[in-house]
Design a protein around this ligand. Structure first.
Ligand code: CAA
Length: 252
């Protein structure tokens, strides 16, 4: 994996091109570590996750999985460890070119926004291997696109195009493949200008909408809203508006 910083934006690039960025346990461990380091670094305010210009990720590493027993799977709890990635508190933008299949698609769906190149293909082909998705495919698809497309993708195993994903609301933008990563960096850089604590609580509140009944979700939102009045950034943001200048947010 490649890790770099571009101002306030952290960028991680999955880099196993020979196997289409198949998600080996070692690669996923590196990804978790990189995101944890970004989370701990106040200079980083948003991150981009990409597989580069050709492929996002063709799923979990089938070679690594093929001979495992259920007990091996339980003890390794490989996909359980992905919870650490979902717990990343800053905006995480997926820049997807080419295949995002199986675990690769599930990884994109963990992200907060998805910028797709016109070459992108999203799918859950696990059914063709005699298994089902194990890192959220059967759960995040229906929450995003509804039951029927989720059934088509999870039962049928065929990928959908970037354009269809856009029509379904699965991706935010479709752009020419050669600029996907640049556009995702720009989106992340724009978010990195916002107030960091408000960003974190906005992300948390939206994610809670997928977990909670409406009344409880509204209560989470309300408490986060009230809490933000304890931040210097709320004072700065409102003062800057009234003084007709650009706010300087410090994450305090
Ligand atoms: N694991 C391990 N190796 C993989 C891989 C994977 N998921 N996907 C591709 N590769 C390897 C291929 O074996 C091949 O290696 P060799 O050159 O050594 O033979 C190399 O990457 C290039 O792949 P192809 O020659 O197959 O490339 P292609 O362009 O003809 O096809 C593809 C591309 C349609 C993506 C095809 O590679 C494919 O179907 N891959 C598997 C996709 C898949 O089933 N993913 C789900 C995995 S299970 C999972 O992810 C579970 C979960 O929920 C966490």
């Amino acid at each position: 994996m490649l890790v770099d910083r571009d101002g306030r934006v952290g960028v991680v690039t999955l880099n196993r091109p020979r196997v289409l960025n198949a998600l080996s346990p070692a690669l996923m461990a590196e990804l978790s570590q990189a995101l944890a380091a970004f989370d701990a670094d106040p200079e980083v305010r948003a991150a981009v996750l990409t597989g580069g210009p050709r492929v996002f990720a063709a799923g979990a590493d089938i070679g690594d999985m093929s001979d495992r027993s259920p007990v091996d799977q339980l003890q390794r709890d490989q996909t359980g460890r992905w919870a650490g990635i979902a717990a990343f508190t800053k905006p995480l933008i997926a820049a997807v070119n080419g295949y995002a299949l199986g675990g690769g698609c599930e990884l994109a769906l963990i992200c907060d926004l998805i910028v797709a190149g016109d070459s992108a293909r999203f799918g859950q082909p696990e059914i063709n291997l005699g298994i089902i998705p194990g890192a959220g495919g059967t759960q995040r698809w229906p929450r995003t696109v509804g039951k029927y497309v989720a059934m088509e993708v999870n039962l049928g195993g065929a990928p959908i195009t970037a354009q269809r994903a856009y029509q379904l609301g699965l991706v935010n933008r479709v752009v020419p493949a050669e600029v996907t990563v640049d556009i995702a960096r720009q989106v992340a850089a724009q978010l990195a200008e916002k107030a960091p604590v408000a960003l974190r609580l906005a992300k948390e509140s939206v994610n809670q909408a997928l977990e909670l009944p409406l009344g409880e979700g509204l209560a989470v939102e309300r408490k986060n809203f009230y809490f933000l009045f304890a931040t210097e950034d709320q004072k700065e943001g409102m003062r800057a508006f009234l003084e007709k200048r650009r706010a300087q947010f410090r994450g305090r």
